[in-house]
Design a protein around this ligand. Structure first.
Ligand SMILES: Nc1ncnc2c1ncn2[C@@H]1O[C@H](COP(=O)(O)OP(=O)(O)O)[C@@H](O)[C@H]1O
Ligand SMILES: [Mg+2]
Length: 326
């Protein structure tokens, strides 16, 4: 499930360039547009914003839309790329007036870098220490008005002092199937591939309610139509592509089905602790928690309880159906 070069490439080709093309997340969109409008009227920089939610739900896209709407330059960095607090200080002091600084994976910022951010976000000040030893003294530099937009998949890993410094916080939700189908329709047009409603809805159902995943499936389906010389992606083609990718009709990958089977049969549907599950599956705990579980919980297949993970009946039914199919 790693994001390769190719995915990053279609990401940018298919990325909505206008609010109208950004499907769903209606509350977030409404709120954001109001915040931007108000900032324009007051002639101020847009408040600092935090977007959190699963990978591929549209956080980066929102940041680009905010920058575009305010005609502001956009600078993108990731939390883990800041090694020293001085790097961040240098970056902040080079910001232009009104610029949008987007920090992706904000939960990976190191604590020293966060310390630099606090006064910058709060009062547009940069506190730096010049010199060493007894000659050292602190100076404070004024920064131009700017907007910090942070994105994270791990809201729980953000420190509360950092959280509290955002003017608005938005939780991006999974999309519904209709919204995904609409996204697919737009993407198909851009990629120049025809698809009928059947084909689109089968891809949508397997998309994990996630635009990036939907677009990735569409791309594979397009490859298939090219190789097989088909005129369009119909239901048959969509199904074949999913089975070639070993993805089932609701978008589960083999490792996820294996995980469900483990909990169902080896651990009597749970509760089973995450460490035990990690050891038994050979998967990394972070991957289980950040990639697999959110979708399994969204499906109503899995529950996190204080004593461990518990499998729901719906998961067992799905496993049975899959067994029958094969
Ligand atoms: N609301 C949306 N409407 C249409 N396409 C979207 C939407 N959200 C995301 N996408 C598509 O999914 C891809 C991944 O979105 P991105 O903003 O990179 O997600 P994130 O930053 O949350 O991982 C984008 O390239 C875009 O094509
Ligand atoms: Mg992103």
């Amino acid at each position: 499930m790693k994001k390769g070069n190719e995915d990053r490439n279609i990401d940018s080709i298919l990325r909505p360039a206008k609010w109208e093309e950004y499907i769903g997340q209606i509350k977030t969109k409404e709120n954001l547009r109001m915040i931007i409008e108000a900032a324009k009227i007051r002639n101020e920089a847009v408040d600092h914003l935090l977007f959190y939610g699963q990978a591929g739900l549209g956080k980066t896209t929102l940041a680009t839309l905010v920058a575009r709407e305010t005609a502001a330059p956009l600078r993108i960095i990731t939390g883990s790329s800041i090694e020293k607090s001085g790097d961040l200080a240098a970056l902040l002091s080079s910001l232009e007036e009104g610029e949008v600084l987007f920090i992706d994976e904000a939960h990976r910022l190191n604590p020293a870098a966060e310390e630099v951010l606090y006064p910058a976000m709060e009062s547009r000040k940069l506190h730096i220490v010049i010199g060493k030893g007894t000659g050292a003294h602190a100076v404070s530099i004024d920064l131009p008005p700017f907007t910090l937009i942070a994105a994270t998949t791990r809201f729980d890993m953000l420190s509360s002092p950092l959280r509290s410094r955002f003017g608005a916080i938005f939780h991006l939700e999974f999309y519904n199937e209709d919204e995904i189908a609409e996204i697919l329709r737009r993407s198909a047009k851009i990629l120049g591939v025809k698809a009928n409603e059947d084909g689109l809805s089968i891809l949508a159902r397997a998309s994990r309610f996630t635009p990036r995943t939907a677009n990735r499936l569409l791309k594979r389906a397009r490859d298939y139509t090219v190789v097989k010389n088909l005129k369009s992606i119909d239901g048959e083609a969509a199904k074949t592509v999913l089975s070639l990718m070993e993805i089932d009709e609701i978008g589960l990958e083999p490792v996820e089905r294996k995980l469900l089977e483990l909990i169902a049969f080896k651990f009597g549907k749970g509760p089973v602790g995450i460490r035990t599950l990690t050891a038994a599956s050979g998967e990394e705990q972070a991957t289980i928690e950040e990639v697999y579980e959110p979708y399994l919980m969204k499906l109503g297949f899995l529950k996190r309880t204080p004593t461990g993970r518990v499998l729901e009946e719906a998961a067992v039914e799905h496993l049975m159906r899959e067994k029958w199919r094969n």
